[in-house]
Design a protein around this ligand. Structure first.
Ligand code: PGA
Ligand code: ZN
Length: 419
């Protein structure tokens, strides 16, 4: 049973305070989890409780820590760690708000993840096994190698340019291919006189003139590494377009132009015609432009994957509405957008029942915690994005997959997208 729940303020990969939670069981088992934090957050995400005031730019989480140490500790004391739903529901009820603003989604998620860890430790099984049982699968990884938008001062409007090894013999083989391209890309950028410093997610942040220029660089790096764009290494984009959409004018302020929803759609259509290696676009339309997202799904949804991130915020209720309205054919899954492990699993189930693919995701503000790697394997999520081949808070997740692959002696199946 749960003996004690406690938290502390630690720091994330951007130097901002975040929560680390411990769940201690009566048998002495410890579960510990660290909570990530986004920059281009969806408006309807569960609320990160921050202190305000002057300490640490107002970003302190001492109130959330205090909520864990007092209210949550009192409520969970004596409960079974093996009943994840009940533990999560206790915290949801204790909070009482729809967006977890009272206790803080950061406080609640830390405890939720730490509970799963403690339960796994008590049973002496790896987290992926505890959460997933016997039916396990390694996901298709997406590596964010060029950073723009809110994640870098590169001036590129598209936030993420990702590479995915569609042809790979193993997870390790996929990581090796992308590592090769990552280093080649650095050389290519350097030769052209661009900066090779990295952004928040470990991708390069060169001041490239356009989306096309960035994709051209990727094609070059893929080819110069000896691979074929499209059939071996594919490309995915996350424009995170809510960031450049105006709710007032209903226009997208993109690469110096003011585009209507229709114009942006034809831009994407031309883009995938010109670059057939692009197989997935996330948040191509704003979280406040459901109609635009729906039209994109109607016109492009048969050809490529269209991922909803800010628009669904991993929330089963909002996602249900999106399914009914025919928005996207894939959903990004971020635990801290909704705030508990159980609700995240509900959203994944909903996706599966409705033929949506799922991509587990890190946040741009991350920690050394590799929970999402185990989680992706346990959920048979199919896909994951967790940054580039640089910055340990990103690479550690890929390293965790290498460990899991080794532990399962290559017997674990690999998800393949596109099939
Ligand atoms: P965020 O970005 O973590 O800064 O919200 C990730 C994404 O948009 O996918
Ligand atoms: Zn996104």
């Amino acid at each position: 049973i749960i003996e004690k729940v406690r938290a502390r303020e630690i720091f994330d990969s951007r130097g901002n305070p975040t929560i680390e939670a411990d769940v201690i069981l009566s048998d002495g088992s410890l579960g510990r989890a660290e909570v990530p934090s986004g920059a281009s957050t969806g408006e309807r995400e569960a609320v990160e409780l921050r202190d305000g005031g002057s300490r640490l730019q107002g970003k302190g989480v001492s109130k959330a820590v205090n909520n864990v140490n007092t209210k949550i500790n009192d409520a969970l004391h004596g409960q079974s760690p093996f009943e994840q739903n009940k533990v999560d529901q206790t915290m949801i009820d204790l909070d009482g708000t729809s967006n977890k603003e009272k206790l803080g989604a950061n406080a609640i998620l830390g405890v939720s993840m730490a509970t799963a860890r403690a339960a796994a430790a008590s049973q002496k099984v790896p987290l992926y096994r505890y959460l997933g049982g016997v039916d396990l699968e390694l996901p298709q990884p997406f590596f964010n190698v060029i950073n723009g938008g809110a994640h870098a001062d590169s001036g590129i409007d598209v936030q993420e340019f990702l590479l995915t090894p569609v042809k790979r013999d193993s997870f390790r083989d996929g990581v090796e291919k992308v590592a090769n391209i990552y280093h080649t890309l650095k050389t290519v950028l350097g030769k052209e006189g661009y900066e090779t410093a990295v952004g928040d997610e470990g991708g390069f942040a060169p001041k490239l003139a356009s989306t096309e220029a960035a994709i051209e660089m990727l094609y070059r790096a893929i080819k110069e590494s000896g691979y074929k764009p499209g059939s071996e290494i594919a490309i995915a984009l996350d424009p995170a377009s809510s960031e450049f959409y105006s709710d007032e004018s209903k226009k997208y302020s993109f690469e110096g132009k003011e585009l209507s929803s229709e114009e942006l759609l034809s831009y994407y259509q031309d883009l995938i015609k010109e670059y057939p290696a692009v197989i997935s676009i996330e948040d191509g339309f704003s979280e406040n432009d459901w109609d635009g997202f729906h039209k994109q799904t109607e016109t492009m949804g048969k050809e490529i994957q269209l991922v909803g991130d800010d628009i669904f915020v991993t929330n089963p209720t909002i996602f249900k509405e999106g399914i009914e309205k025919g928005v996207a054919n894939s959903i990004l899954i971020k635990l801290n957008q909704i705030g508990t492990v159980s609700e995240t699993i509900d959203t994944i189930k909903l996706a599966r029942e409705n033929g949506y693919t799922t991509m587990i995701s890190h946040r741009s503000g991350e920690t050394g915690d590799t929970f999402i790697a185990d989680f992706a394997v346990a959920m048979n999520a199919g896909q994951i994005k967790t940054g580039s081949m640089a910055r340990s808070e990103r690479v550690e997740k890929y390293n965790q997959f290498l460990r899991i692959e080794e532990e399962l002696e290559g017997k674990i199946p690999m998800a393949q997208f596109p099939k």
